[in-house]
Design a protein around this ligand. Structure first.
Ligand code: CTP
Ligand code: CA
Length: 225
């Protein structure tokens, strides 16, 4: 890889990355979750460290080893991730929200295991909204000039959905993935478009998640410079 050519363009920078997928517990043994493997977020962490950054990785349920030279904070639920993000952002030059955050959580946590009863239909699970971490940290920047990057998995009109989401979230950059048909989740490669509030759109061809990560850091480094 052309790692040497990139040099240490993130030296002296602190980046915060969320990775994996949150789990929202129903009872002690069950949760609502998603298919995020954490690979893209971990690739962002290892590439940022290789480019000289101090890296804080907020990891939600990724079955991956802690990368060397990276501060890893393990969380599980969206509310725990939000706490960890809010704690980490005051020192961050850039924040990348690669985690798949559950939009909803069960309204109630049942402290004992939920049991089935013969002849009785299960009760529906009531859900409540989780806070939108990306929108919150974008609206209230912890530091002036801090860069905030989001990820979006989309189907159907992927680009139009991505542009609308970039505007709605208030972040600086949004990596838009097409999902469905075995794309992205759990795979080692990823294709995407990197949208920016300055109007630029960078097409990222299907390739290793480290390549996509380096394209994100190129954009971040250029904007921090
Ligand atoms: N995100 C977040 N907090 C949430 C939901 C999402 O911080 N409660 C972040 C994700 O980490 C990601 C970005 O927002 O960087 C986009 O997530 P996505 O699920 O695509 O956005 P939503 O606004 O939840 O839109 P949708 O209804 O399409 O799921
Ligand atoms: Ca969502």
């Amino acid at each position: 890889l052309a790692r040497g050519a990139l040099g240490a363009d993130l030296a002296g920078r602190h980046v915060v990355i969320s990775a994996g997928g949150t789990r929202e517990p129903l009872d002690p043994v069950r949760f609502l979750g998603n298919h995020s493997s954490g690979k893209q977020g971990y690739a962002l962490a290892t590439t940022a460290a290789a480019r000289g950054a101090r890296v804080t990785l907020l990891s939600a349920n990724a079955a991956l080893p802690d990368p060397a030279g990276v501060d890893v904070v393990h969380v599980s639920t969206a509310l725990e991730l939000r706490e960890a993000v809010l704690k980490a952002v005051p020192e961050a030059d850039a924040v990348v929200m690669a985690a798949a955050v559950a939009d909803f959580r069960p309204a109630e946590y049942v402290s004992g295991k939920i049991k089935k009863v013969d002849g009785v239909d299960p009760s529906p699970v009531a859900l409540v909204r989780n806070p939108d971490i990306l929108a919150e940290i974008s609206a209230h920047r912890a530091r002036p000039g801090q860069l905030v990057v989001g990820f979006a998995a989309e189907t159907d009109d992927v680009l139009a959905n991505g542009r609308a989401k970039l505007a709605r979230k208030g972040c600086d950059l949004l990596v838009v993935n097409e999902v469905g048909g075995g794309k992205a989740f759990g795979r080692d490669t990823n294709a995407a478009v990197l949208l920016s509030t300055d109007g630029t759109e960078v097409e990222i061809p299907d390739g290793p998640k480290e390549s996509l990560a380096d394209t994100v850091w190129d954009a971040v480094a250029a904007r921090l410079a």
